[in-house]
Every structure is written in C-alpha cells, then in structure tokens.
Design a protein around this ligand. Structure first.
Ligand SMILES: [Zn+2]
Length: 278
C-alpha cells in the first residue's frame, strides 16, 4: 500500500529512517514547522529553519525516494513571545509562497493563553486569501477546551473548513469536532498519543471521512513507521482496505490538494548514496 505521511519532522530523523520509510511504502511526506527543543531567541533562526525544511530536507528526502513538502509558521509553543512571533510573521510571506510550502503550520494552541490565541489569529489572517492548507495543533492538555477555542478562532478567520486539518484528536475531542467540515487528524505514537487500537475504535465509531492518520515522528520517542503499524493493525482488526487507503493516502492527498503546489511524485527512485555522498 502506498502511504502519505502527512505530518512528520524529518530534520530530526536519520537516513536509516528514510530508507525504512521507502521500503515500507511511504512515498510522500509533509514536514510542518515545530518547536526545536529550546525557544528560539531571534527571528533569523526561524527563517533559517524554514529554509532548512523547504530547501534542504526536500533534497535529502528525494535521494531516498520520498517526495517531501513542508509547512511554515510560528508554532504554538513559541507564540507566547508576541514581539518575536510578530518579527517572524513580518518575514514569513516569501516562505508561505515557496514552491515546496503546502501549509501554514503547525499553528494552534499549547497552553491556551491569550498571546497564543492572538498569534494564531494573526497567522490565519496571513493565508485567508491564499490557496494554502492550514495544519492546526491541538494542545496536549485540556484538549476539549483547546479545540473549542481553536474552532472559534478558525470560524472568525473566514477560512473554509475543508482547508483546515485539526491534528492530534482523541476520544475527548472527536465529539466536538465531528460535526464540522474540518479534516481531523489522529496521531499514533509508541508511548503518548494514540495507539493503533484506539485509532481503530475511533474510526469504527466516527467513520473515516476526512480523517487523516499521522505518525508525527520527531526527536522524541516516536516512530517514522507508525502508519505502517496502523495499516497492519486495522487490516487485522477487520477494516476494509478501501477505508485504510483513505486514512493513510486519499484523505491526506485530498486535503493537501487545497494547495496547487501539492503534486507529489510517487514514483521517485532512491539514488545510490555513492552518487551524492562525498
Ligand atoms: Zn508535529
């Protein structure tokens, strides 16, 4: 089965991971901007990070047969510093318009503070007139309150529901989110977040329409092959292949197609490392 990984932080992963992902059928991925483990102190370090994921990571992934796209934003965790966040927002325009940029994201809320809400709204205003998907990160604590605030800010933004993916849903947020037109993400992690079993239950209960599963692997204890494990578990648990295919390919493909720049090349051939490694 061909898989799209719609949310993964490849800058923190190794070439072994790329080789394993290719071998397992992952042929395209999207790398949204996130927190790097320390709060950045200058707008320039955000900008260089955007260049890293938009320019360099795409080249690195392609060598391993994976078509890599990215999203740029001030992530929720670093949105608390209004001055710095606004310096980044003032410079982010060309990166939102970059040929490899297919999303504003991750934006959203972390501790659900007024400053985070302000920076979320200001970033949504940047893209309201662009053909650009929006990837929204739900807080890891107090999720029901987080998604209520996020949906209120999204509604005020004027951005169409289908252009938005609200990621990191759980059993707590699904009842609030399911009646909307948003794409809804389920994130599978080896320790925190969801397991394949919980994804299976959620899909049985809420259906698979506009549902997108991601691994969101980063430099924490995470797994770039999460989606492969989800596919295998869902099959064993009796979900039809058509449903699984929607969850790990078609729905993400449709969501990112809100950007005309999303034209994933799914037939890339890995390059012999001797050709680029000096
Ligand atoms: Zn992430």
């Amino acid at each position: 089965m061909i898989i799209i990984e719609p949310h993964i932080h490849m800058v923190s992963r190794t070439t072994d991971d790329y080789q394993a992902m290719y071998a397992a059928g992952i042929r395209a991925c999207v790398e949204p901007s996130f927190w790097m483990g320390i709060n950045r102190t200058r707008a320039g370090t955000f900008i260089d990070y955007f260049r890293l994921i938009l320019d360099w990571e795409t080249i690195r992934a392609r060598r391993f047969g994976i078509d890599h796209f990215a999203g740029v934003s001030v992530n929720p965790k670093e949105a608390e510093d209004l001055v710095l966040a606004r310096e980044v927002i003032a410079e982010i325009g060309p990166y939102l318009d970059h040929p490899r940029c297919v999303a504003l994201g991750e934006v959203g809320l972390n501790a659900i503070t007024p400053n985070e809400e302000t920076i979320l709204a200001e970033q949504l205003a940047l893209v309201v007139d662009k053909e650009l998907p929006v990837l929204v990160h739900l807080p890891h604590f107090n999720k029901p309150e987080g998604i209520r605030r996020i949906m209120a800010i999204l509604a005020e933004s004027g951005i169409a529901d289908e252009r938005v993916l609200i990621d990191h849903n759980t059993e707590d947020t699904m009842p609030l989110a399911r009646g909307t037109g948003y794409h809804l993400g389920l994130t599978v992690y080896p320790i925190s977040k969801l397991t394949p079993q919980r994804v299976s239950h959620i899909i049985r209960h809420y259906g698979h329409e506009r549902m997108i599963v991601s691994g969101s692997a980063d430099w924490g204890v995470s797994d770039p092959l999460s989606l492969v494990k989800v596919v295998n578990f869902l099959r064993e648990d009796g979900h039809p292949d058509a449903v699984i295919n929607d969850l790990v390919f078609n729905n993400a493909n449709r969501f990112y197609a809100n950007s005309p720049r999303w034209k994933p090349e799914l037939g890339l051939i890995p390059v012999d490392p001797r050709e680029f490694q000096r």
